[in-house]
Design a protein around this ligand. Structure first.
Ligand SMILES: *Cc1c(COP(=O)(O)O)cnc(C)c1O
Length: 427
């Protein structure tokens, strides 16, 4: 074992600050990272990898983009934190709202989890209702009310999915299957008047990539509108990535509240929630829904977000991301086909997922064949050995950045094919 990993294990639970980093789902030793640049990440032993994780989504420009690094350095020299409104914060708020024209106001927080937690509180405060609805396989950060799984049955009362979440709180959350209009209708018919909010990743990308039908999302919009519930699109991954205005732009379905994270901070800790004036007037200091943060709107984080969003305004950026994603998808699919593996590479723009099962790409969690995880673990280990950094779980997606040039994609595909070959021969 690497001596630094051994020391990490001595001082941090599992040796990590976030559980998936411990490689429990795939086995093997997680490398300790020294630095990263563009499409590459380098471990403390100097081994370099093509990175398809990209810090789990924020790095749409790749690692350490010079313009972002410079903006951060300049901001840091101006002061690390003020505890008061700063110019960069106003500029980032304007830059965000420009991309979500249906929203009037944005509140900055420090993580995606915090954005979701605050959005749920706002929905409850504004409606005076307690119940919330989430979907199986959607992840919304480690918010108590949303670390909940379904019991048996179609629409079920939630039970805690983590120790430490009170069952009294979990029972206020209903869990629905994705891709199922009838189940949603049934739940709303039974207790629509008690439902404060429906929260969904409009492009579910935390348990595989489960692309939803437009008609399903539209149905949720209609149900929530009819019953006076708030529709929350959790766009912590999809916002600013699949289109400037995320899925609300791509689908032309306007939610009531959007949560952002990841890209909006350009690699620094930033989360945000945005909505109309009608909803945001409930947030303190304008209204009774309390939400605050010592480091919210942090000037250095705002600078990283601003520099990132500025670069995303260059022409053709989203077309280039689409092309890079498509090239990687084609290459991975051919490699899998050549190795005789029944699999499909699902994709939306620059987000890809290796679905290790035959047939059409799944849209709901019960359609996902979980037995693919064993083969994925082998592929992951072989890929890492060959200098390809893939997510350490079969159900996490891959991200392509603007820094992934043809040469990086070729290296990634070469390593991937070698890894699939080795993993399938091993059996
Ligand atoms: C990552 C993520 C979160 C949580 O964000 P953190 O910054 O990790 O707290 C919430 N929702 C979605 C959809 C995410 O992908």
């Amino acid at each position: 074992m690497h001596p630094l990993l051994a020391r990490a294990l001595e001082v941090m639970p599992g040796g990590v600050s976030s559980p998936v980093r411990a490689f429990r789902a795939v086995g093997g030793e997680p490398p300790i990272v020294a630095r990263a640049e563009g499409a590459e990440i380098v471990d403390v032993d100097g081994k370099s990898y093509i990175d398809l994780v990209c810090s789990w989504g924020p790095l749409i420009l790749g690692h350490a983009h010079p313009a972002v690094v410079e903006a951060v350095q300049r901001a840091a020299a101006d002061g690390l934190s003020f505890g008061a409104t700063c110019e960069r914060e106003v500029l980032l708020a304007e830059a965000v709202l420009k991309r979500f024209p249906w929203a009037d106001k944005v509140r900055f927080v420090s993580t995606g989890t915090e954005a979701v937690m605050s959005a749920v509180r706002l929905a409850r405060g504004a409606t005076g209702r307690d119940r919330i609805v989430k979907f199986e396989a959607c992840y919304h950060g480690h918010v108590d009310s949303l670390l909940v799984k379904g019991g048996s049955g179609l629409a079920t009362l939630g039970i805690p999915d983590s120790a430490g979440v009170p069952s009294a709180l979990a029972s206020l959350t209903d869990i629905l299957p994705l891709d199922d209009e009838a189940a949603a209708s049934e739940l709303f018919a039974a207790r629509g008047h008690e439902i404060a909010a429906v929260i969904i990743e409009p492009l579910p990308a935390n348990s595989g990539l489960l692309v939803q039908r437009h008609a399903f999302l539209q149905h949720l919009r209609q149900l929530t509108r009819e019953h006076g519930s708030v529709l929350i699109f959790d766009e912590v991954i999809s916002g600013l990535r699949v289109a400037p205005g995320g899925m609300s732009e791509l689908t032309s379905i306007t939610p009531d509240l959007v949560t952002l994270g990841k890209i909006v901070g350009g690699g620094m800790p930033v989360g945000a929630y945005l909505a109309s004036d009608e909803l945001m007037r409930h947030v303190a200091p304008l209204g009774p829904v309390y939400q605050a943060g010592t480091l919210s709107g942090n000037p250095v984080s705002m600078a990283a977000g601003l520099a990132t969003l500025a670069l995303l305004e260059k022409p053709e950026v989203y077309r280039r991301l689409e092309e890079k994603g498509a090239a990687l998808q084609r290459g991975m699919q051919s490699a899998l086909d050549r190795c005789g593996v029944a699999a499909r590479v699902a994709r939306e723009g620059s987000i890809l997922w290796l679905s290790l099962q035959a047939g059409p790409a799944p849209r709901a969690w019960h359609q996902v064949d979980k037995s693919g995880a064993a083969l994925y673990a082998k592929i992951h280990r072989e890929a890492l050995r060959r200098g390809l950094w893939m997510a350490p779980s079969a159900f996490e997606v891959a991200f392509v950045s603007l820094a992934h040039e043809t040469e990086h994609l070729a290296r990634a595909l070469n390593a991937f094919e070698g890894a699939v070959q080795a993993a399938t021969q091993e059996r």
